[in-house]
Ligand binder design. Structure first.
Ligand SMILES: *[C@@H]1O[C@H](CO)[C@@H](O)[C@H](O)[C@H]1NC(C)=O
Ligand SMILES: *[C@@H]1O[C@H](CO)[C@@H](O)[C@H](O)[C@H]1NC(C)=O
Length: 194
């Protein structure tokens, strides 16, 4: 059956209205006044690379200069200290001895977030102070079952040389002193960054 002029018109109308709604989507995607797409090269982002860092994290409650302080006591007599919160500014050193080279500090807090076993919510920034990493940070947010041999926690971002960072850390307790709560923990950090 030959197409009548009116059906051709109808088809043209449909195509035109599809095109114009497509154009509106394009325009909306391009320019809403506050957002634009950007070539990553303009931010100096070239190739994403994977780095592995290893250092020791010193959580010190004892002595005159603690790096960790309990700021909230567990409000119940829960055996997992559910609800307790500690603030930390923990040295990160090259070796397990506190006197070894200082690479930075882990600043943040951890809280007992589990009622069934000892499980901490960790929220901390590794702030580096050495060499080209001086001033750059890596942010870690994760679950830490401190009595497990290996605990994995996500890296959720970073700043400076760690912009757009993602990855994970593995924590292994090196020493723990139950009567003071002091701990030295080995951290292996696997981070993708530019
Ligand atoms: C914890 O508190 C509950 C309720 O107050 C009490 O029944 C229980 O005996 C307490 N447990 C310990 C270990 O103190
Ligand atoms: C790290 O940066 C700070 C602030 O810019 C500066 O004071 C300090 O000397 C730097 N440290 C090293 C080891 O470069």
């Amino acid at each position: 059956m030959a197409k009548t002029p009116s059906s051709i018109l109808a088809t043209q109308f449909i195509i035109l209205s599809l095109l114009s709604s497509f154009a509106i989507i394009l325009v909306q995607g391009e320019d809403q006044g506050f957002v634009r797409s950007l070539d990553p090269k303009l931010l100096g982002l070239k190739k994403e690379k994977l780095s592995h860092f290893r250092f020791y994290w010193h959580d010190i409650y004892s002595g005159k200069n603690p790096s960790a302080v309990g700021v909230v006591r567990a409000p119940t007599n829960s055996s997992t200290l559910f609800g307790s919160v500690s603030m930390i500014d923990d040295p990160l050193t090259q070796g397990p001895e506190l006197s070894s080279k200082l690479w930075g500090r882990a600043q943040g807090f951890y809280a007992s977030a589990s009622q069934q076993e000892i499980g901490l919510l960790m929220a901390m920034n590794f702030h580096f102070i050495e060499g080209k990493y001086n001033g750059s940070t890596i942010s870690v947010l994760g679950r830490n079952q401190v009595f497990n041999k290996v605990r994995e926690m996500p890296i959720i971002g970073g700043s400076g040389l760690f912009r757009f960072a993602r990855g994970y850390v593995e924590a292994r307790t090196h020493t723990f002193t139950p009567n003071t709560g002091d701990a030295v923990v080995e951290y292996n950090v696997y981070v993708l960054h530019y």
